[in-house]
Structure formats: C-alpha cells, structure tokens
Write a protein that binds this ligand. Structure first.
Ligand code: FES
Length: 189
C-alpha cells in the first residue's frame, strides 16, 4: 500500500508515477484490496472503450435502390437523423440554376453533392436554428416553398440541396462525412 500511496502522491503533484515491473507485480500480489479495486475499476474502463456495436454505428451504409426520385429517407447516424434525398432532374436543375447571391448561406448546388451524383443529397436533418428535425421526407410532409424541407418549429425552409432559403435558421443543413461506394450505395461516416 505504501507503494500505491507514494505513486498517488507523486501523481497528484503533476509527475507521472514511476512503477517498475517488479513494483507492479508486488502491488498485484501484495494485497487483495488492490485486486478488488481492479475488479471495480475494470467495468468502468471497459465502459469507456467503445463496444463493437458503437464502432459499427460510427458509419452507416445506405442502399439507395429503394428510394425513388422525388423521395427521401431518414437514417440514424451517430444518434443524428441524416436525410438522404433522391432529387428529380427538375429539382436538380432548379437547384443548380439558383443564384448563389440570393441565398442566406451562399453555396452552389455543386458544393452540396458529390461530383457525378447530383440527384443525391445527404444532409444532417437537424435545423440550424434551434435543432428541430425538419419535415419533408415522408410523401405527406410539407416541404416548404422551395421543395426541400420545412421546419415546423419556427418556419425555416430549406431547398432540395438543404440550403436555408427562409429563416430564422442561419445556415444550411450540415453535410455529414460520406462517400459513394457504388452508384447505389452510400457510406455515411
Ligand atoms: S428550430 Fe427550426 S426554425 Fe427554429
């Protein structure tokens, strides 16, 4: 126990404790109390290490084939809703033709999609005003005047590229990290 106390005292004064392998073995074998403490600490340490389940959720693969043009889905990624929208050719053109200078948070359509995949928009579905989840993915949802998403909390509207078109939201919907693994599969995260 003296070794433990000494190590703790040194650690409290900002210096890393120096414990040789022999000291460590002495600590392990010298006291049942220490082993008991280890048993209590382990679940806590284990808890702090992400489980395989959590690691798996750090990325999500989305099959795009069931999503028809004009519709979108919501997937959960790291506890957040992510909208995956399949835009029609008309929606893509309208978004591309929008004057960037007219936007509240200026960004061209090309900055909101991956090259070669203009129909697909992937955004984090959290309103940039106060964090509500906007509507617009279900066929019966209101989509606002710009055809994207409508936030029912205070009326913010987003276009099909997830760009804010009417406040009070101050910014476009955030883009998650994602990549196309093929033309029909996206990996988020
Ligand atoms: S939280 Fe969306 S408009 Fe306020």
């Amino acid at each position: 126990m003296a070794e433990v106390a000494a190590a703790q005292t040194v650690a409290q004064h900002g210096q890393p404790p120096i414990v040789s392998k022999r000291d460590f073995l002495k600590l392990l074998t010298g006291s049942g109390a220490i082993i008991g403490t280890g048993a209590l600490v382990w679940p806590f340490i284990d808890y702090m290490n992400p489980s395989k389940d959590v690691l798996a959720l750090s990325s999500v693969e989305v099959d795009l084939t069931p999503i028809p043009a004009g519709q979108g889905i919501t997937v959960s990624w790291r506890g957040k809703p992510v909208f995956v929208r399949h835009r029609t050719p008309e929606e893509v053109k309208k978004s591309q033709d929008t004057r960037v200078s007219d936007l509240l948070d200026p960004a061209p359509d090309s900055a909101r999609v991956k090259p070669g995949h203009a129909p697909w928009v992937v955004v984090i579905g959290i309103c940039t005003h106060l964090g509500c989840i906007p509507l617009g993915n279900k066929p019966t949802d209101p989509r606002g005047d710009y055809g994207g998403w409508f936030c029912p909390c205070h009326g913010s509207q987003y276009d099909t590229a997830g760009r804010v078109r009417r406040g009070p939201a101050p910014a476009n919907l955030e883009l998650p990290t994602y990549a196309f693994e093929s033309d029909t599969k996206v990996k988020i995260g």
